[in-house]
Design a protein around this ligand. Sequence first.
Ligand SMILES: [Ca+2]
Ligand SMILES: [Ca+2]
Ligand SMILES: [Ca+2]
Ligand SMILES: [Ca+2]
Length: 266
Amino acid sequence: MKDIYVLIFFLISILTNCNQESKAPDEPIKVICNPSTAQAVQSIPSGEFTAHLATTPIVIDGCINDGSWSNANWYSLNYVWMGDEPDNTDYSGKFKILWDSDFLYLFVEVVDDSLHTTLSDGIENYWKGDYVEVFLDEDQSGGEHRYNHQAFAYHVSTEGHVIDKNTKEETEFFDDHVNVIRTQEGNKNFWEMAIKIFDSQFEETSPNNTPETLMRQKKIGFSIAYGDNDGKNSRENFMGSKQTHGINNDEGYINADVFGSILLVE
Ligand SMILES: [Ca+2]
Ligand SMILES: [Ca+2]
Ligand SMILES: [Ca+2]
Ligand SMILES: [Ca+2]
């Protein structure tokens, strides 16, 4: 009799895991939940985007099947900021944006032939890829932000960490700012994020920072990029959402003047 219970338990375990492989810490969930679509991808050289309000909840699970995502445009993440023009097996990227009062949501789809985990070459090389970089300037003030928080350059790592420099000029994890789940299907990686928007009053030593409440017609300084490292200990490509990004297309981590923007609409 006991053997039957063990068998039933075993069968239930298999059935409940059939859509999802077991997940070790810091590894992507491998799922089939992001079917290819024929939806057009818009390239916007100015990097000035529009985001619609999410009218249904967005579950951060690396799957695009939340109803609101189908109302969002795909935007191109294929401007070459560094390196030669990659072919579309080496790299190709696109993203969607949504918002509600609490979060800015991003869904990023990246084709990358060789996924190089961000921190595998040590924390000091976090900016060499692979990673998604999200540039945010809450009040679109522009200006210098390298070691202050009037704007952020979140390096979202393959491991799910959110990395930027702090006011002591050190590398710091700001994991509480971005809830991210990455899923992987073959050579495609899907990064779904819910991002809290902090203003320039953010204090890294305070436990009481309050994110901005987002509203219609708000405009946020924004760009997004992908650093593609295919194992040569370098960022072989840096690909962005905007045609240019300052000096050598690499000014975003210092100067928010070069960012594009997002306008929040209904
Ligand atoms: Ca989702
Ligand atoms: Ca690649
Ligand atoms: Ca600012
Ligand atoms: Ca890569």
